[in-house]
Design a protein around this ligand. Structure first.
Ligand code: ATP
Ligand code: IP8
Length: 283
């Protein structure tokens, strides 16, 4: 599968949508089931799907406790040993979640197979240095639905790092020709200010100019336990995807289980009132 190969939809199951982010290793089973049913609908329609999920409370808490994203190379030997255990615990937690995700997808008739980046992707100071795309391509070619997730990885400068699912999606979009990316979250889309702030309003459409300028100002907040960038990283990844694809890959942000999520994933457009689409200015 080369650069021109078509992927119809990359769906990110956000950690906020499938886990209780503040409660350690707590699944939102009903939301996961709704997402699995949606993926099944996409597959039944013949769409080529790739699933990426975040870590939520199966990863961010462990990563924060052990400072995995800060790296380990600078630590004294005893602390490095402790950091390695933390790395393993973070990886175990996120693979536990991935097992639950793939299990639910398979129960819903989706031929899902988890591919963990931990041992094959590498970063250099947090930026992707080595990606591993071939196993994902092979699975797609054989009719499977690959499930990839945010993970801890080795980092050639600082020893260890956290690779976000949002960054993985950006990488996948640079290898494949992707019709759309849909981020499923626990809120109705992107707001002009954090949704918990009084008066914040939902943005149905965000235009990205070639110099990364957005047509609206967006204020964001981040969960305390989040070790990646929260919604801000998602927005930055979305902007990169829209620009790198020259507008060919629109990015949707929709609430899990919503009508707009279904429309975005299945049709690549939203007619209902919720959900946000990011697209290239004047396209
Ligand atoms: P994970 O990184 O665990 O996969 P995720 O992909 O679900 O998480 P988050 O990083 O948790 O996404 O971002 C979603 C959260 O961002 C929502 O719960 C929402 O409350 C918060 N948020 C903050 N500011 C905004 C904003 N302006 N618009 C939309 N959501 C926002
Ligand atoms: O939730 C983070 O991935 P994300 C991965 O997609 C870990 O940002 C292990 C915290």
């Amino acid at each position: 599968m080369g650069e021109s190969t078509q992927v119809d939809v990359i769906i990110k199951l956000g950690g906020s949508s499938i886990t209780e982010k503040e409660q350690l290793e707590t699944l939102k089973l009903e939301s996961l089931r709704q997402a699995a049913a949606l993926v099944h609908t996409c597959v039944r329609q013949g769409l080529v799907c790739v699933i990426v999920h975040g870590a939520g409370s199966f990863g961010h808490h462990h990563a924060k406790k052990f400072g995995i994203n800060d790296g380990s190379s600078h630590l004294p030997p005893e602390s490095q040993a402790q950091s390695r255990i933390g790395f393993c615990q973070t990886h175990l937690a996120v693979t536990k979640l991935s097992h639950l995700v793939s299990d639910c997808l398979v129960e819903n008739g989706v031929p899902a197979v988890t591919v963990s980046p931990c041992s094959t992707w590498k970063t250099r100071n947090g930026a992707v240095e080595t990606s591993c795309i071939q196993p994902i391509s092979d699975l797609v070619l054989q009719g499977f639905v690959p499930v990839i997730h945010g993970d801890c990885v080795l980092d050639s400068c600082k020893g260890s790092a956290i690779l976000s699912g949002d960054t993985i999606i950006k990488c996948l979009c640079s290898h494949y020709s992707v019709s759309r990316v849909v981020f499923l979250t626990d809120v109705d889309g992107v707001y002009n200010n954090p949704p918990e702030c009084e008066g914040s309003t939902l943005l149905s459409c965000i235009s990205v100019s070639p110099n990364r300028h957005l047509n609206v100002d967006i204020g964001t907040s981040k969960n305390e336990c989040d070790v990646t960038g929260g919604i801000m990283l998602k927005l930055q990844s979305a902007i990169d995807i829209v620009l790198n694809s020259k507008g060919l890959t629109p990015v949707f942000v929709c609430k899990i289980g919503s009508e707009s999520a279904k429309e975005a994933c299945c049709d690549g457009k939203i007619t209902s009132k919720s959900g946000t689409v990011l697209h290239l200015e004047n396209s």
